[in-house]
Design a protein around this ligand. Sequence first.
Ligand code: FAD
Length: 381
Amino acid sequence: MSFYENFLSETHKMFRQTAKRFALDEIRPNAHAWEEAGEFPRDLYKKAADAGILGVGFPEELGGSGGGPMAGVMVIEGLMHGGSTGVAAGLGSLGIGLPPVVQSEDERLIDEFARPALAGDKICGLAITEPNTGSDVAGVTTRAELDGDEYVVSGAKMFITSGVRADFLTTLVRTAEDKHGGLSFLVVETDREGVTLSEPLAKHGWWASDTAEIGFDEVRVPKENLVGSEGGGFVTLMRNFQNERLALAAYGVATAELAYEESMKYVKEREAFGRPIVGFQVTRHKLVDMHTRITAAKTFLYQVASRMEAGEYIVKEVSMAKNIAAELAVDVCYEAVQLHGGMGYMRESLVERLSRDARLLPIGGGTQEIMKEIIAKQMGI
Ligand SMILES: Cc1cc2nc3c(=O)[nH]c(=O)nc-3n(C[C@H](O)[C@H](O)[C@H](O)COP(=O)(O)OP(=O)(O)OC[C@H]3O[C@@H](n4cnc5c(N)ncnc54)[C@H](O)[C@@H]3O)c2cc1C
Protein backbone atom coordinates (compact mmCIF):
# COMPACT_ATOMS: atom_id res chain seq x y z
CA MET A 1 0.00 0.00 0.00
CA SER A 2 1.29 3.47 -0.86
CA PHE A 3 1.67 5.85 2.06
CA TYR A 4 -0.78 8.37 0.63
CA GLU A 5 -3.50 5.73 1.08
CA ASN A 6 -3.36 6.76 4.76
CA PHE A 7 -5.47 9.77 3.80
CA LEU A 8 -8.32 7.45 2.80
CA SER A 9 -11.17 5.90 4.77
CA GLU A 10 -12.82 2.63 3.77
CA THR A 11 -15.69 4.65 2.28
CA HIS A 12 -13.27 6.63 0.11
CA LYS A 13 -11.73 3.41 -1.15
CA MET A 14 -15.18 2.02 -1.89
CA PHE A 15 -16.01 5.05 -4.06
CA ARG A 16 -12.78 4.51 -5.99
CA GLN A 17 -13.39 0.80 -6.38
CA THR A 18 -17.00 1.29 -7.56
CA ALA A 19 -15.95 3.94 -10.09
CA LYS A 20 -13.06 1.81 -11.34
CA ARG A 21 -15.31 -1.22 -11.79
CA PHE A 22 -17.83 0.94 -13.66
CA ALA A 23 -15.07 2.38 -15.85
CA LEU A 24 -13.59 -1.01 -16.71
CA ASP A 25 -16.98 -2.60 -17.44
CA GLU A 26 -18.85 0.24 -19.12
CA ILE A 27 -16.30 2.71 -20.52
CA ARG A 28 -12.98 1.02 -21.35
CA PRO A 29 -14.40 -1.49 -23.89
CA ASN A 30 -16.21 1.37 -25.70
CA ALA A 31 -13.84 4.28 -25.17
CA HIS A 32 -12.18 4.13 -28.59
CA ALA A 33 -15.48 3.95 -30.48
CA TRP A 34 -17.07 6.74 -28.41
CA GLU A 35 -14.00 8.94 -28.82
CA GLU A 36 -14.02 8.47 -32.58
CA ALA A 37 -17.80 9.08 -32.71
CA GLY A 38 -17.43 12.22 -30.56
CA GLU A 39 -20.10 11.16 -28.06
CA PHE A 40 -21.14 8.50 -25.60
CA PRO A 41 -24.65 7.09 -25.13
CA ARG A 42 -27.01 9.18 -23.07
CA ASP A 43 -28.03 6.19 -20.97
CA LEU A 44 -24.53 6.15 -19.43
CA TYR A 45 -25.73 8.93 -17.10
CA LYS A 46 -28.47 6.65 -15.80
CA LYS A 47 -26.07 3.73 -15.44
CA ALA A 48 -23.61 5.90 -13.50
CA ALA A 49 -26.43 7.14 -11.25
CA ASP A 50 -27.57 3.57 -10.61
CA ALA A 51 -23.98 2.55 -9.82
CA GLY A 52 -23.89 5.31 -7.17
CA ILE A 53 -21.13 7.45 -8.65
CA LEU A 54 -22.88 10.14 -10.74
CA GLY A 55 -23.93 12.22 -7.76
CA VAL A 56 -20.77 12.07 -5.68
CA GLY A 57 -20.58 15.09 -3.40
CA PHE A 58 -24.35 15.66 -3.43
CA PRO A 59 -26.68 14.75 -0.52
CA GLU A 60 -28.23 11.31 -0.61
CA GLU A 61 -31.64 12.74 0.28
CA LEU A 62 -31.64 14.51 -3.11
CA GLY A 63 -30.63 11.35 -4.94
CA GLY A 64 -26.91 12.04 -4.78
CA SER A 65 -24.25 9.57 -3.70
CA GLY A 66 -23.02 11.52 -0.65
CA GLY A 67 -19.34 11.97 0.12
CA GLY A 68 -17.17 15.07 0.12
CA PRO A 69 -14.17 16.42 -1.82
CA MET A 70 -12.04 13.31 -1.24
CA ALA A 71 -14.82 11.03 -2.49
CA GLY A 72 -14.95 13.22 -5.61
CA VAL A 73 -11.21 12.70 -6.15
CA MET A 74 -11.72 8.95 -5.71
CA VAL A 75 -14.49 8.78 -8.31
CA ILE A 76 -12.34 10.65 -10.85
CA GLU A 77 -9.39 8.36 -10.12
CA GLY A 78 -11.64 5.34 -10.66
CA LEU A 79 -13.39 6.70 -13.75
CA MET A 80 -10.10 7.51 -15.49
CA HIS A 81 -9.49 3.77 -15.79
CA GLY A 82 -12.03 4.04 -18.61
CA GLY A 83 -9.24 5.76 -20.56
CA SER A 84 -11.34 8.70 -21.77
CA THR A 85 -11.29 12.06 -20.00
CA GLY A 86 -14.04 13.12 -22.40
CA VAL A 87 -16.46 10.51 -21.05
CA ALA A 88 -15.55 11.28 -17.44
CA ALA A 89 -15.89 15.04 -17.98
CA GLY A 90 -19.19 14.65 -19.85
CA LEU A 91 -20.63 12.54 -17.04
CA GLY A 92 -19.22 15.01 -14.54
CA SER A 93 -20.68 18.24 -15.94
CA LEU A 94 -23.39 18.18 -13.26
CA GLY A 95 -20.55 18.35 -10.73
CA ILE A 96 -19.99 21.98 -11.76
CA GLY A 97 -23.53 22.85 -12.89
CA LEU A 98 -25.56 21.65 -9.92
CA PRO A 99 -23.80 23.05 -6.81
CA PRO A 100 -25.31 26.56 -7.12
CA VAL A 101 -28.78 25.00 -7.50
CA VAL A 102 -28.37 22.70 -4.49
CA GLN A 103 -26.77 25.41 -2.35
CA SER A 104 -29.74 27.72 -3.05
CA GLU A 105 -31.96 25.34 -1.01
CA ASP A 106 -34.78 26.35 -3.36
CA GLU A 107 -37.16 23.37 -3.23
CA ARG A 108 -38.70 24.03 -6.64
CA LEU A 109 -35.34 24.30 -8.41
CA ILE A 110 -34.08 21.24 -6.58
CA ASP A 111 -37.12 19.14 -7.52
CA GLU A 112 -37.27 20.31 -11.10
CA PHE A 113 -33.55 20.27 -11.92
CA ALA A 114 -31.25 18.77 -9.29
CA ARG A 115 -33.13 15.53 -8.59
CA PRO A 116 -33.60 14.53 -12.26
CA ALA A 117 -29.95 15.36 -13.03
CA LEU A 118 -28.74 13.28 -10.08
CA ALA A 119 -30.97 10.43 -11.24
CA GLY A 120 -29.31 10.57 -14.67
CA ASP A 121 -32.56 11.67 -16.38
CA LYS A 122 -31.55 15.23 -17.24
CA ILE A 123 -28.20 16.57 -18.41
CA CYS A 124 -26.85 19.71 -16.74
CA GLY A 125 -24.09 22.08 -17.83
CA LEU A 126 -22.44 25.16 -16.34
CA ALA A 127 -22.39 28.17 -18.67
CA ILE A 128 -19.88 30.85 -17.64
CA THR A 129 -17.43 31.40 -20.50
CA GLU A 130 -18.43 33.65 -23.42
CA PRO A 131 -16.90 34.23 -26.85
CA ASN A 132 -15.21 37.40 -25.55
CA THR A 133 -14.84 36.56 -21.85
CA GLY A 134 -13.01 33.62 -20.30
CA SER A 135 -10.36 34.29 -17.67
CA ASP A 136 -11.97 37.59 -16.67
CA VAL A 137 -15.18 35.88 -15.55
CA ALA A 138 -16.61 39.06 -14.07
CA GLY A 139 -16.59 40.48 -17.59
CA VAL A 140 -19.64 38.39 -18.52
CA THR A 141 -22.01 40.36 -20.76
CA THR A 142 -24.94 37.96 -21.28
CA ARG A 143 -27.80 40.04 -19.91
CA ALA A 144 -30.92 39.02 -18.02
CA GLU A 145 -33.45 41.82 -17.63
CA LEU A 146 -36.54 41.46 -15.55
CA ASP A 147 -39.76 42.03 -17.53
CA GLY A 148 -42.82 41.29 -15.40
CA ASP A 149 -42.48 37.75 -14.05
CA GLU A 150 -39.75 36.76 -16.48
CA TYR A 151 -36.11 37.44 -17.19
CA VAL A 152 -35.27 38.16 -20.81
CA VAL A 153 -31.85 36.68 -21.58
CA SER A 154 -29.65 37.79 -24.50
CA GLY A 155 -26.03 36.93 -25.22
CA ALA A 156 -23.82 33.94 -25.92
CA LYS A 157 -21.81 31.29 -24.08
CA MET A 158 -18.78 29.44 -25.37
CA PHE A 159 -16.99 26.08 -24.80
CA ILE A 160 -19.78 24.68 -22.62
CA THR A 161 -19.21 21.04 -21.61
CA SER A 162 -22.28 18.87 -22.29
CA GLY A 163 -23.81 21.98 -23.86
CA VAL A 164 -25.04 20.28 -27.03
CA ARG A 165 -27.08 17.71 -25.11
CA ALA A 166 -27.84 19.64 -21.91
CA ASP A 167 -31.47 19.88 -20.79
CA PHE A 168 -30.64 22.91 -18.70
CA LEU A 169 -27.73 25.25 -18.05
CA THR A 170 -26.78 26.94 -14.81
CA THR A 171 -25.96 30.23 -16.50
CA LEU A 172 -23.99 33.22 -15.24
CA VAL A 173 -25.83 36.36 -16.37
CA ARG A 174 -25.53 40.08 -15.83
CA THR A 175 -28.50 41.48 -13.94
CA ALA A 176 -26.90 44.83 -13.03
CA GLU A 177 -23.98 47.04 -14.09
CA ASP A 178 -21.73 46.53 -11.06
CA LYS A 179 -18.86 44.35 -12.35
CA HIS A 180 -18.86 41.71 -9.61
CA GLY A 181 -22.06 42.49 -7.74
CA GLY A 182 -24.12 42.57 -10.93
CA LEU A 183 -23.78 38.87 -11.69
CA SER A 184 -26.42 36.22 -10.96
CA PHE A 185 -27.10 32.59 -11.74
CA LEU A 186 -30.18 31.62 -13.71
CA VAL A 187 -31.28 28.15 -14.78
CA VAL A 188 -32.05 28.25 -18.50
CA GLU A 189 -33.78 25.24 -20.06
CA THR A 190 -32.32 24.61 -23.50
CA ASP A 191 -35.71 23.95 -25.15
CA ARG A 192 -36.83 27.54 -24.55
CA GLU A 193 -37.54 29.67 -27.60
CA GLY A 194 -34.52 31.74 -28.56
CA VAL A 195 -31.87 29.25 -27.34
CA THR A 196 -29.57 28.01 -30.10
CA LEU A 197 -27.13 25.17 -29.51
CA SER A 198 -24.19 24.71 -31.87
CA GLU A 199 -23.02 21.44 -33.33
CA PRO A 200 -20.36 19.85 -31.11
CA LEU A 201 -17.20 21.96 -31.44
CA ALA A 202 -14.27 20.03 -32.96
CA LYS A 203 -11.56 19.82 -30.31
CA HIS A 204 -7.92 18.84 -29.73
CA GLY A 205 -8.94 16.31 -27.03
CA TRP A 206 -11.89 15.29 -24.83
CA TRP A 207 -13.52 14.05 -28.04
CA ALA A 208 -16.24 11.97 -26.37
CA SER A 209 -17.59 14.99 -24.47
CA ASP A 210 -19.68 17.48 -26.37
CA THR A 211 -18.67 21.12 -26.15
CA ALA A 212 -21.03 23.82 -27.42
CA GLU A 213 -21.45 27.44 -28.27
CA ILE A 214 -24.86 28.62 -27.10
CA GLY A 215 -26.85 31.65 -28.19
CA PHE A 216 -29.62 33.37 -26.21
CA ASP A 217 -31.88 35.62 -28.27
CA GLU A 218 -34.39 37.29 -25.96
CA VAL A 219 -35.04 34.03 -24.16
CA ARG A 220 -37.86 34.39 -21.63
CA VAL A 221 -37.15 32.56 -18.37
CA PRO A 222 -39.46 32.58 -15.31
CA LYS A 223 -38.02 34.69 -12.53
CA GLU A 224 -38.33 31.65 -10.23
CA ASN A 225 -35.36 30.20 -12.15
CA LEU A 226 -33.06 32.69 -10.41
CA VAL A 227 -30.57 30.67 -8.34
CA GLY A 228 -30.00 32.24 -4.93
CA SER A 229 -30.09 36.01 -4.77
CA GLU A 230 -29.72 38.57 -7.54
CA GLY A 231 -26.12 39.79 -7.48
CA GLY A 232 -24.84 36.74 -5.61
CA GLY A 233 -23.45 34.99 -8.70
CA PHE A 234 -19.80 35.97 -8.42
CA VAL A 235 -19.40 34.86 -4.80
CA THR A 236 -21.12 31.53 -5.53
CA LEU A 237 -18.91 31.02 -8.58
CA MET A 238 -15.68 31.67 -6.69
CA ARG A 239 -16.62 29.25 -3.92
CA ASN A 240 -17.53 26.50 -6.37
CA PHE A 241 -14.37 27.00 -8.42
CA GLN A 242 -12.48 25.35 -5.55
CA ASN A 243 -14.20 22.01 -6.10
CA GLU A 244 -13.87 22.28 -9.87
CA ARG A 245 -10.13 22.96 -9.57
CA LEU A 246 -9.66 20.10 -7.13
CA ALA A 247 -11.44 17.85 -9.66
CA LEU A 248 -9.14 19.04 -12.46
CA ALA A 249 -6.13 18.33 -10.25
CA ALA A 250 -7.51 14.82 -9.72
CA TYR A 251 -7.85 14.38 -13.50
CA GLY A 252 -4.23 15.47 -13.88
CA VAL A 253 -2.81 13.01 -11.38
CA ALA A 254 -5.00 10.15 -12.63
CA THR A 255 -4.04 10.89 -16.26
CA ALA A 256 -0.35 10.86 -15.39
CA GLU A 257 -0.70 7.59 -13.48
CA LEU A 258 -2.45 5.92 -16.36
CA ALA A 259 0.14 7.13 -18.88
CA TYR A 260 2.93 5.96 -16.55
CA GLU A 261 1.37 2.49 -16.14
CA GLU A 262 0.91 2.14 -19.89
CA SER A 263 4.53 3.15 -20.44
CA MET A 264 5.84 0.72 -17.83
CA LYS A 265 4.04 -2.16 -19.58
CA TYR A 266 5.26 -1.09 -23.01
CA VAL A 267 8.95 -0.65 -22.17
CA LYS A 268 9.09 -4.14 -20.69
CA GLU A 269 7.63 -5.70 -23.84
CA ARG A 270 9.14 -3.61 -26.61
CA GLU A 271 12.65 -4.54 -27.70
CA ALA A 272 15.35 -2.55 -29.51
CA PHE A 273 18.99 -3.45 -30.12
CA GLY A 274 18.28 -6.94 -28.78
CA ARG A 275 16.84 -6.03 -25.39
CA PRO A 276 13.69 -4.60 -23.82
CA ILE A 277 13.85 -0.82 -23.94
CA VAL A 278 13.49 -0.71 -20.14
CA GLY A 279 17.10 -1.93 -20.21
CA PHE A 280 18.33 1.52 -21.31
CA GLN A 281 19.27 3.82 -18.48
CA VAL A 282 17.57 6.79 -20.14
CA THR A 283 14.29 4.84 -20.20
CA ARG A 284 14.56 3.94 -16.54
CA HIS A 285 15.28 7.54 -15.63
CA LYS A 286 12.20 8.73 -17.50
CA LEU A 287 10.10 6.24 -15.54
CA VAL A 288 11.77 7.26 -12.29
CA ASP A 289 11.02 10.94 -12.98
CA MET A 290 7.39 10.11 -13.77
CA HIS A 291 7.00 8.01 -10.64
CA THR A 292 8.69 10.61 -8.42
CA ARG A 293 6.56 13.49 -9.66
CA ILE A 294 3.34 11.46 -9.53
CA THR A 295 4.07 10.43 -5.94
CA ALA A 296 4.67 14.04 -4.88
CA ALA A 297 1.66 15.43 -6.75
CA LYS A 298 -0.67 12.71 -5.50
CA THR A 299 0.42 13.21 -1.91
CA PHE A 300 -0.25 16.94 -2.20
CA LEU A 301 -3.60 16.34 -3.94
CA TYR A 302 -4.77 13.96 -1.22
CA GLN A 303 -3.63 16.35 1.48
CA VAL A 304 -5.51 19.25 -0.10
CA ALA A 305 -8.64 17.11 -0.55
CA SER A 306 -8.46 16.01 3.12
CA ARG A 307 -8.19 19.58 4.30
CA MET A 308 -11.14 20.59 2.13
CA GLU A 309 -13.08 17.64 3.50
CA ALA A 310 -12.34 18.97 7.00
CA GLY A 311 -13.97 22.24 5.95
CA GLU A 312 -10.91 24.39 5.23
CA TYR A 313 -11.20 27.01 2.49
CA ILE A 314 -7.72 26.79 0.98
CA VAL A 315 -7.71 28.76 -2.24
CA LYS A 316 -3.92 28.95 -2.53
CA GLU A 317 -3.33 25.22 -2.08
CA VAL A 318 -6.16 24.25 -4.46
CA SER A 319 -4.71 26.54 -7.14
CA MET A 320 -1.25 25.05 -6.54
CA ALA A 321 -2.63 21.50 -6.74
CA LYS A 322 -4.30 22.28 -10.06
CA ASN A 323 -1.12 23.73 -11.54
CA ILE A 324 1.11 20.92 -10.25
CA ALA A 325 -1.23 18.23 -11.58
CA ALA A 326 -1.87 19.91 -14.94
CA GLU A 327 1.85 20.32 -15.66
CA LEU A 328 2.48 16.79 -14.44
CA ALA A 329 -0.13 15.33 -16.78
CA VAL A 330 1.17 17.24 -19.81
CA ASP A 331 4.81 16.33 -19.11
CA VAL A 332 4.20 12.67 -18.25
CA CYS A 333 2.02 12.18 -21.32
CA TYR A 334 4.70 13.75 -23.50
CA GLU A 335 7.29 11.27 -22.23
CA ALA A 336 4.78 8.40 -22.42
CA VAL A 337 4.25 9.09 -26.13
CA GLN A 338 8.02 9.31 -26.57
CA LEU A 339 8.58 5.96 -24.87
CA HIS A 340 5.97 4.37 -27.16
CA GLY A 341 7.84 5.62 -30.25
CA GLY A 342 5.72 5.50 -33.43
CA MET A 343 3.03 3.56 -31.63
CA GLY A 344 2.62 6.51 -29.28
CA TYR A 345 1.53 8.60 -32.24
CA MET A 346 -1.19 6.16 -33.28
CA ARG A 347 -4.81 6.71 -32.37
CA GLU A 348 -5.07 3.11 -31.18
CA SER A 349 -2.72 3.73 -28.26
CA LEU A 350 -4.11 5.08 -25.02
CA VAL A 351 -1.20 7.44 -24.42
CA GLU A 352 -1.94 9.24 -27.69
CA ARG A 353 -5.45 10.07 -26.42
CA LEU A 354 -4.26 10.90 -22.92
CA SER A 355 -1.66 13.30 -24.29
CA ARG A 356 -4.36 15.23 -26.17
CA ASP A 357 -6.79 15.14 -23.25
CA ALA A 358 -4.15 16.35 -20.79
CA ARG A 359 -3.63 19.60 -22.71
CA LEU A 360 -6.98 20.89 -21.47
CA LEU A 361 -5.90 20.78 -17.84
CA PRO A 362 -3.75 23.95 -17.79
CA ILE A 363 -6.57 25.78 -19.64
CA GLY A 364 -9.98 24.72 -18.27
CA GLY A 365 -11.45 25.86 -14.95
CA GLY A 366 -9.02 28.80 -14.79
CA THR A 367 -5.76 28.79 -16.73
CA GLN A 368 -2.27 28.09 -15.40
CA GLU A 369 -1.57 31.83 -15.49
CA ILE A 370 -4.77 32.75 -13.64
CA MET A 371 -3.94 30.15 -10.94
CA LYS A 372 -0.55 31.87 -10.53
CA GLU A 373 -2.25 35.26 -10.20
CA ILE A 374 -4.47 33.81 -7.46
CA ILE A 375 -1.49 32.24 -5.68
CA ALA A 376 0.45 35.52 -5.92
CA LYS A 377 -2.45 37.40 -4.37
CA GLN A 378 -2.60 34.89 -1.52
CA MET A 379 1.15 35.35 -1.05
CA GLY A 380 0.57 39.08 -0.72
CA ILE A 381 2.58 40.06 -3.83
C1 FAD B 1 -12.87 21.47 -23.60
C2 FAD B 1 -13.29 22.69 -22.83
C3 FAD B 1 -14.36 22.59 -21.95
C4 FAD B 1 -14.81 23.72 -21.26
N1 FAD B 1 -15.93 23.62 -20.47
C5 FAD B 1 -16.48 24.76 -19.96
C6 FAD B 1 -17.74 24.72 -19.28
O1 FAD B 1 -18.35 23.67 -19.11
N2 FAD B 1 -18.27 25.90 -18.85
C7 FAD B 1 -17.63 27.09 -19.01
O2 FAD B 1 -18.17 28.10 -18.60
N3 FAD B 1 -16.42 27.16 -19.64
C8 FAD B 1 -15.84 26.03 -20.12
N4 FAD B 1 -14.62 26.08 -20.77
C9 FAD B 1 -13.95 27.36 -20.91
C10 FAD B 1 -12.67 27.50 -20.07
O3 FAD B 1 -12.97 27.60 -18.71
C11 FAD B 1 -11.92 28.74 -20.62
O4 FAD B 1 -11.44 28.37 -21.91
C12 FAD B 1 -10.76 29.16 -19.74
O5 FAD B 1 -11.24 29.69 -18.52
C13 FAD B 1 -9.88 30.22 -20.41
O6 FAD B 1 -10.65 31.26 -20.93
P1 FAD B 1 -10.44 31.73 -22.46
O7 FAD B 1 -10.50 30.51 -23.31
O8 FAD B 1 -11.39 32.82 -22.75
O9 FAD B 1 -8.97 32.25 -22.50
P2 FAD B 1 -8.50 33.78 -22.33
O10 FAD B 1 -9.07 34.33 -21.07
O11 FAD B 1 -8.76 34.53 -23.57
O12 FAD B 1 -6.93 33.60 -22.12
C14 FAD B 1 -6.03 33.46 -23.21
C15 FAD B 1 -4.62 33.44 -22.64
O13 FAD B 1 -4.36 34.66 -21.94
C16 FAD B 1 -3.94 34.38 -20.63
N5 FAD B 1 -4.40 35.41 -19.69
C17 FAD B 1 -5.64 35.94 -19.56
N6 FAD B 1 -5.67 36.81 -18.55
C18 FAD B 1 -4.42 36.84 -18.00
C19 FAD B 1 -3.82 37.53 -16.92
N7 FAD B 1 -4.52 38.36 -16.14
N8 FAD B 1 -2.52 37.30 -16.66
C20 FAD B 1 -1.80 36.44 -17.42
N9 FAD B 1 -2.31 35.75 -18.46
C21 FAD B 1 -3.61 35.95 -18.74
C22 FAD B 1 -4.57 33.03 -20.28
O14 FAD B 1 -3.93 32.38 -19.20
C23 FAD B 1 -4.42 32.32 -21.62
O15 FAD B 1 -3.13 31.78 -21.70
C24 FAD B 1 -14.14 24.96 -21.43
C25 FAD B 1 -13.04 25.04 -22.29
C26 FAD B 1 -12.61 23.93 -22.99
C27 FAD B 1 -11.46 24.07 -23.94
